[in-house]
Ligand binder design. Structure first.
Ligand SMILES: O=c1ccn([C@H]2C[C@H](O)[C@@H](COP(=O)(O)OP(=O)(O)OP(=O)(O)O)O2)c(=O)[nH]1
Ligand SMILES: [Mg+2]
Length: 149
């Protein structure tokens, strides 16, 4: 298990620290640290604080913030940035951009679970400038070049 430093910025979230719901879970649910409900009209988005800050510190790791499938599928509540990327050197509050892509208004309740976070490995690359690549089977083919079936 990887140990990551976490700061509780709002004491109200101290009882709801991110935790894996089951032994096999990949995602850690993040909650809305709100004083009052936030109504998202269709098409509207809001940046919702979580009351938490995290310093991953290891450049070989990052965190991704992803929608929760139930909220996304049933209510159209996804992320305004589609996916949130948390850099290993970020020490600010974890924020969730909630976007109502649905057709009905949705109310985010204080401390409701609004998104999930996955800790992932990262490879930092450096680049070597070349004039020609070594051959590959695909070459420059893309965007459907392998056919439809
Ligand atoms: O959903 C998100 C996405 C990002 N962040 C924080 C952590 C991340 O490390 C930082 C910067 O994110 P990103 O690089 O995606 O944003 P940017 O628009 O490129 O800002 P910057 O110039 O600060 O890198 O913002 C969040 O709290 N939630
Ligand atoms: Mg950036």
């Amino acid at each position: 298990m990887t140990l990551i430093d976490l700061k509780v910025l709002d004491p109200r979230v101290a009882d709801f620290l991110p935790a894996y719901a089951t032994p096999g879970s990949a995602g850690l649910d993040l909650r809305a640290c709100l004083d009052e409900p936030v109504v998202l009209q269709p098409g509207q988005s809001a940046l919702i604080p979580t009351g938490l800050a995290m310093h991953i510190a290891d450049p070989g790791l990052a965190a991704l913030i992803l929608p929760r499938s139930g909220l996304g599928h049933k209510h159209g509540i996804v992320l305004g940035n589609l996916v949130g990327l948390i850099d290993s050197d970020y020490q600010g509050q974890l924020m969730v951009s909630c976007w109502n892509r649905g057709h009905e208004s949705f109310t985010v309740q204080p401390f409701e679970r609004i998104a999930q976070m996955v800790i992932v490995p990262v490879v930092q690359a450096s680049f070597r400038r070349v004039e020609e690549f070594g051959t590959s089977q695909r070459g420059e083919g893309g965007f459907g070049s392998t056919g439809k079936h």
